[in-house]
Ligand binder design. Structure first.
Ligand code: ZN
Length: 138
C-alpha cells in the first residue's frame, strides 16, 4: 500500500516534469528538413564539378503515402522550421512518456482498488459516478 503510494507519487512527479519541459504547443510542425544542391546543367559552370548550387533547405512533409510536400525555406525560416520540427518530436515523445506513466498509474490504482478492503465512502461514490457516466454513453 505504502509502496504503491510512493511509486504513484514518483510517477506523478515524472508526469509533471514532462509537462513542464514541453515547448509551446503552437510551435510544432510535422516533417523534416531537407538540404539539396542543384546542378544547372551548363557544362562550364562550377556546379558541374562541385556539389552544385546551394544548399537549399526545404521542409519536407509526407501528406499521405506516396505524397510529399516540399516548402522552400528562406534563411530566416530555416532555424524556425528546424525548431518547430524538433518541438513536434518532443511533443510526440512526451505523449508516449506520459502515456506510459499513466499506464503504470492505472495499474497501481487497479491494484489498490482490488486489494484495498478499507474502501472509503468517497471511493464508492466515485465508482458510482463512473458507472453512471458509462451508462449515459449508450
Ligand atoms: Zn551551375
Amino acid at each position: 500500500m505504502l509502496t504503491h503510494r510512493t511509486e504513484a507519487e514518483k510517477l506523478l512527479e515524472r508526469r509533471e516534469q514532462e509537462a513542464l519541459s514541453l515547448p509551446p504547443f503552437s510551435e510544432i510542425v510535422r516533417g523534416g528538413i531537407l538540404t539539396r544542391y542543384r546542378r544547372c546543367g551548363k557544362p562550364t559552370c562550377h556546379c558541374a564539378t562541385t556539389k552544385g548550387h546551394g544548399p537549399s533547405h526545404y521542409l519536407q512533409v509526407t501528406i499521405k503515402p506516396g505524397k510529399t510536400e516540399q516548402i522552400l525555406l528562406s534563411e530566416d525560416m530555416l532555424p524556425v522550421a528546424q525548431r518547430w520540427v524538433d518541438n513536434y518530436q518532443r511533443w510526440w515523445e512526451a505523449l508516449e512518456k506520459v502515456s506510459e506513466v499513466n499506464r503504470q498509474l492505472i495499474r497501481l490504482r487497479a491494484a489498490e482498488l482490488s486489494g484495498d478492503k478499507e474502501t472509503t465512502g468517497k471511493k464508492s461514490g466515485r465508482a458510482k459516478a463512473q458507472s453512471k457516466a458509462r451508462g449515459s454513453e449508450k
